[in-house]
Design a binder for this molecule. Structure first.
Ligand code: PRF
Length: 376
């Protein structure tokens, strides 16, 4: 998996690149819509591709393993065949989902024993198991199995947790190197930097991760309850150490402002449930700020949903109509909000990329940032 850097910003660490995969090119910085169980909730694949312009989507090992399960995925010929998405896919390892099952899991050196959120059945995720499952799913990018350390962990906990993640990482690479892709396209394994909010742990973790010489590297354990400034500081600490010539992926982040701050600090890839989940709750993101579509203030606003929006829903439907659909709990409301928000997130990173190439990213970012977090 080759990564070419096309342009670097002279005033910040921002860069524009192209990541080449067997399922096509990814232009970075990129936002990756989340498709937890193999579907981007409420959105058809042709909309994800053509209206939203996504170049890669996410799947979750935890969910796909429980349902439909490895046997169905294997007999389908992998997730790309199963869900009819023929562009790149990245699978998260379950290192986040399993740990959010606080009362339903037990951790040990071997791995995590957890109970299914679906039927309560008992399962073990170990680094080896997770690598085998990610091989069976067949994503272009597989994530290592880690412990996502909570943002409020004390130093001692964070240090022990990081040590476990590092031992697991070694086992992940060992299993990954002993096994082959199942479906004829190549797969890359990205390691994940943990270390909570402690600069020395983060630095050490990034040095360790860099030693594997992976095709790309991820930053985990952020946006998990720590102050926003601490998150930005940790991104800076880690990106000083991670190789500059490989893509960097900030996991599960975040708001439009978080994404621009991440890009400025040298992050290339992002994913977050925010555009889809918040969209289903009625929150729309725009260049002018966020709109709560359940709000009565839109009841008689017959103007287009978002005049600056890039997707067809923005010009097809009015604010008043979308507000009516939201209040009436119509399924179409969820579809419209999801398409709008994902198209906005893709427009955000695409526009950032253009400005990195043009050489005025920093000025452009300063000019758009204040409006992004306003409430309309
Ligand atoms: N690890 C994994 N997935 C993740 C995270 C992590 O730390 C996060 C943290 N923001 C989101 N998704 N494996």
């Amino acid at each position: 998996m080759k990564f070419d850097i096309e342009a670097t910003d002279s005033r910040s660490s921002a860069r524009a690149g192209v990541l080449h995969t067997d399922h096509g090119d990814i232009h970075t910085p990129i936002f990756m819509p989340v498709g937890t169980v193999g579907s981007v909730k409420a959105v058809h694949m042709h909309e994800v591709k053509d209206d939203i312009g996504a170049e890669i989507i996410l799947g979750n090992t935890y969910h796909l393993y429980l349902r439909p399960g490895v046997d169905v995925l294997k007999s389908a010929g992998g997730l790309h065949r199963f869900n009819s998405w023929n562009r790149p896919i990245l699978t998260d390892s379950g290192g986040f989902q399993v740990f959010s099952l606080t009362h339903r899991r037990k951790m040990s050196e071997e791995g995590v024993v957890f109970r299914s959120h679906i039927d309560g059945s008992k399962h073990l995720f170990s680094p080896e198991r997770v690598m085998d499952i990610e091989r069976a799913i067949g994503a272009d990018i597989m994530m290592a199995f880690d412990e996502c350390t909570p943002g409020d962990a004390d130093y001692r906990y964070a240090k022990e947790s990081l040590a476990l993640t590092e031992r697991w990482l070694d086992r992940c690479f060992k299993r990954f190197n002993e096994t082959e892709p199942l479906y004829g396209h190549s797969q890359s394994l990205f390691p994940i930097v943990q270390g909570c909010v402690y600069p020395d742990l983060r630095r050490q973790a990034a040095e360790k991760v860099a030693e594997y010489g992976a095709d790309g590297n991820a930053i985990g354990g952020l946006s998990v309850g720590e102050p926003t400034e601490a998150m930005y500081d940790m991104i800076e600490v880690v990106n000083e150490v991670l190789p500059k010539d490989k893509p960097r992926y900030l996991m599960g982040v975040g708001t439009p402002a978080n994404i621009l701050e991440g890009i400025e600090r040298g992050v290339d890839m992002f994913d977050c449930i925010m555009p889809t989940r918040n969209g289903r709750n009625g929150q729309l993101f725009t260049w002018q700020g966020t709109m709560n579509m359940r709000n009565a203030k839109w009841a008689n606003d017959h103007s287009p949903l978002d005049p600056q929006g890039t997707s067809f829903v923005d010009h097809t439907y009015s604010r008043a109509y979308v507000r009516h659909l939201m209040v009436s709990q119509e399924i179409l409301a969820l579809q419209i909000a999801s398409i709008h928000n994902l198209a906005f997130y893709l427009d955000l990173v695409r526009t950032a990329r253009q400005h990195i190439i043009q050489g005025d990213f920093t000025q452009w970012k300063a000019s758009v940032l204040p409006a992004l977090s306003q409430r309309l």
